[in-house]
Write a protein that binds this ligand. Structure first.
Ligand SMILES: C[S@@+](CC[C@H](N)C(=O)[O-])C[C@H]1O[C@@H](n2cnc3c(N)ncnc32)[C@H](O)[C@@H]1O
Length: 423
């Protein structure tokens, strides 16, 4: 029997990079389908980090390489060079990095004649990579996303968002009960809105309190929609797009009678796992939110969206997507909002949220819903929470959060949140 060739973290990272940049796939989809399963956990983490660092620094890597390339090589070679250039800029061992880049080039028949060029270019890059890297600006978003964001927020704010994207994200945690106790146990920072922030986390499942279910990972901005809903003990609450369950856990921990709904069975399994670990409970329903029936005191609609607010952690997104199919999400969000309103008891409240930077998925959705539904209003008082900066409030009564906020403390996900009430 012949054994399969060994998979290395760099080879796996190159696979991810090619899939994102050539096939326009998302890393989360690839890993969910087992792209890294031949690696042990440490190598898997390394492969993912290498690919993500390269995607985050693509513009810088291309500048480092351009100095030494007479003409643009084919994309398959360029991606090998980019991956190696980023490692060299991070101070990686030049000998090992260059050798493996040459091996990866040689392993691909269509480009193996370029091994010599890869070797020569990377040796030159290695001489000044660390200094050259540090001199450059934070990489810009691609035009399809940058242009509309500049129109909305202006060039300075977008440049700050790009710095936040390049810096990546710290690890934020929501506590099941006592945030200060979790913060002390983990040596973190208690953020003004109540999340615990860790600058360096390492392996999450090995941290104190994870196995007993005292907390879960959740960006500080992502923790706000459930806080705005402010579920009360015994209230019936529908979490309409619940998986993987971060907000379901918040609602259940508040003592509400929670129904968690999601269309995806594999993602619903993650909600169950999360509830089991944290010892919380909810009624789980796998199905289409648009067909769900019932009447609830309160509803959380964390709608499917472009996820453009999460680029700090998902630098593949602006490269894999081009925005051309987002209109389908905008339409789905409007239909979900209308259906959610039909499931609210009189006097009930609905929190609408998206992890998006695009007003089409936030402010515009709420403006249009208010126009479609007489008697519907936003409830700005629901946003009176600890740590909410008045500058985050929007004209129509919602909250606009950007990755450039809390700049010195490590940023936050981009989000839009509004609380609606029906008379
Ligand atoms: C932004 S994510 C939800 C994140 C979740 N609220 C949390 O905090 O962990 C959006 C979810 O909507 C689900 N979804 C998409 N279309 C749906 C539909 N028609 N009905 C129900 N869920 C849907 C997706 O499977 C995805 O899990």
């Amino acid at each position: 029997m012949t054994s399969r060739p060994a998979q290395t973290p760099r080879k796996a990272a190159l696979y991810l990079l090619n899939q994102v940049l050539v096939e326009r796939r998302l890393v989360s989809e690839l890993t969910a389908q087992g792209a890294l399963e031949r690696l042990d956990p440490a190598d898997r983490a390394r492969a993912q980090r290498l690919a993500m660092d390269t995607l985050r620094g693509l513009e810088r890597a291309d500048k480092l390489l351009a100095k030494h390339l007479k003409k643009a090589p084919p994309l398959a070679v360029r991606n090998i060079l980019r991956l190696a250039a980023v490692e060299l800029a991070q101070g990686g061992d030049a000998h090992g990095v260059v050798n493996e880049a040459v091996t990866l080039t040689g392993a691909n028949k269509r480009i193996q004649t370029m091994k010599g060029m890869v070797n020569a270019v990377l040796r030159k890059v290695a001489e000044t990579a660390v200094e050259d890297w540090a001199k450059q600006r934070a990489p810009r978003l691609p035009r399809w996303l940058r242009d509309p964001l500049v129109d909305c927020y202006g060039p300075e704010e977008v440049a700050r968002m790009e710095q936040a994207h390049f810096a990546g994200a710290p690890l934020d945690i929501s506590a099941k009960a006592d945030a200060q106790a979790v913060c002390d146990a983990l040596g973190g920072e208690l953020m003004p809105t109540g999340s615990v922030r860790l600058a360096e986390a390492g392996q999450v499942s090995a941290l104190p309190g994870f196995q007993p279910g005292d907390w879960w990972v959740q960006d500080a901005a992502a923790a706000l929609p459930a806080k705005v809903l402010s579920a009360q003990p015994g209230e019936t609450v529908l979490d309409m797009c619940a998986a993987p369950g971060g907000k379901t856990m918040q609602l259940a921990a508040a003592g509400a009678d929670v129904t968690a709904l999601d269309i995806s069975a594999p993602r619903m399994a993650r909600v169950q796992e999360n509830l089991t670990r944290t010892g919380l409970s909810a009624h789980l329903v796998t199905g289409d939110a648009l067909e769900h029936t019932g009447q609830y005191d309160a509803i959380l609609l964390d709608a499917p969206c472009s996820a453009t607010g999460t680029i700090r952690r998902h630098p593949d997104l602006p490269q894999a997507k081009d925005g051309s199919d987002f209109w389908q999400l905008f339409e789905l969000q409007a239909r979900m909002l209308d259906h959610a309103l039909s499931l609210l008891k009189p006097g009930g409240r609905l929190v609408y949220a998206t992890c998006s930077l695009l007003p089409d998925e936030g402010e515009v959705q709420i403006d249009e819903a208010l126009a479609r539904h007489p008697g519907l209003r936003t409830d700005p008082d629901a946003l009176d929470l600890p740590g909410i900066d008045p500058a985050w409030r929007t004209e129509e009564g919602g909250l606009r959060l950007l990755p450039s906020y809390w700049r010195k403390q490590g940023g936050m996900d981009g989000f839009y949140i509004a609380c609606l009430r029906k008379d």
